[in-house]
Design a protein around this ligand. Structure first.
Ligand code: HMG
Ligand code: MG
Length: 311
């Protein structure tokens, strides 16, 4: 039987958080609605983070309200939540049926952790405790990101053992899914394989080959700086990863992964990701025609939003 691979599109969150201008909530909701028609397993709609840190996503609640009544089939809608303040917003929108799942986010680099979330790795994971406990009380699944799984824009290469340790700490804290982020797209087949070996060894066999998006899922989140994300996806499939993130039109990047001479790179394009997965002999639920329509919306928003506010 052909094995199923899970596909999440993160473009409304990872894509639009890195645009120089703030895109109107109604346009963001248009992208979300287009994605909800594309047979994706999950769409990461927005972030409940501080608007002082990421002004681009300061309208999270409005976007969720505007996209709420669209038919979405079985697509899960998720949002990033960094702390209890973000949790309060998540709980309100979850109770109203506008969002299903939350994602907490840590890093395997101390410098990146401080720059992105204003705390050490240990402090940030401790902040997640009440967030994860509340999600469990309402039956919402929790994704736990680890950023900088291959390299950090400030510290350089990151040891696979460090990634495995942070992944293990997130699992001990109660996350259902571990999402491994190659934040700056530095991965090669070899470094991704080394990192995955270390993570699977730490998490154990129950985390191998799971594509539900629930407990035991290991997801790979690749940025595509050097065009190597496709080969890293193939390597990861060989090693038992059955869940991947992409971003339509390849938009995205973490603003806190940018350095003075380099803007953070976008994710692997979701259509490239899906074609790579299909070509390797796996199936997905994605409708490539509907995905192309969503990619056209993303391109349009970025072309307009990229001019910055007031343009
Ligand atoms: P902090 O400044 O230490 O927070 O930031 P604080 O608790 O001191 O609060 C400061 C102010 O922010 C207060 O407001 C809070 O109310 C407010 P004031 O009293 O000054 O008016 N505040 C909030 N407002 C709304 N929602 C909230 C919230 N929290 C505090 N949730 C914090 C700490 C974690 C909040 C901050 O660092 C933050 O928001 N960081 C988010 C950065 C971010 O979103 N980065 C991009 C996502 S991660 C990524 O892209 C990587 C990924 O794609 C994987 C990969 O590629 O590797 C996931
Ligand atoms: Mg990312």
């Amino acid at each position: 039987m052909t094995q199923r691979v899970r596909i999440t599109d993160v473009s409304p969150r990872d894509g639009l958080q890195n645009e120089p201008g703030v895109i109107p909530a109604s346009d963001k909701a248009r992208l979300v609605r287009a994605l909800l028609r594309a047979g994706l397993d999950e769409v990461e709609v927005t972030s409940f983070v501080s608007a002082k840190w990421v002004p681009q996503l300061g309208d999270a609640g409005e976007v969720l309200c505007l996209a709420a009544d669209d038919p979405r089939g079985s697509t899960v809608r998720s949002a990033l939540v960094p702390n209890e303040r973000g949790l309060a917003d998540f709980l309100e929108h979850h109770a109203a049926g506008r969002v299903d799942k939350l994602a907490v986010f840590a890093a395997a680099s101390e410098t990146f952790s401080r720059k992105n979330t204003n705390g050490s790795i240990g402090e940030v994971i401790a902040r997640f405790s009440p967030v994860i406990a509340a999600a469990k009380r309402i039956g919402a699944p929790v994704r736990g990101y680890v950023s900088c799984v291959i390299a950090c824009p400030f510290e350089g290469p990151i040891e696979p053992a460090k990634v495995a340790t942070v992944a293990g700490q997130l699992v001990d804290a109660g996350v259902d899914e571990v999402d491994l982020g190659d934040t700056i797209g530095a991965g090669t087949r070899d470094t991704v394989a080394e990192m995955l070996d270390a993570v699977f060894e730490r998490l154990g066999p129950a985390w191998h080959g799971v594509s539900t998006g629930g407990h035991g899922t290991v997801t790979l989140h690749l940025h595509n700086t050097f065009g190597r994300a496709g080969e890293c996806v193939r390597e990861a499939l060989d090693l038992g990863v059955r869940s991947f993130d992409g971003s339509v039109a390849g938009i995205g990047g973490c603003p806190y992964a940018s350095t003075p001479d380099r803007r953070a790179p976008g994710n692997i394009a979701t259509d490239t990701l899906v074609r790579t997965v299909h070509a390797a002999g796996f199936k997905t639920g994605v409708d490539l025609e509907a995905l192309a329509s969503a990619a056209a919306v993303a391109r349009e928003l970025v072309a307009a939003g990229g001019r910055g506010p007031g343009a």
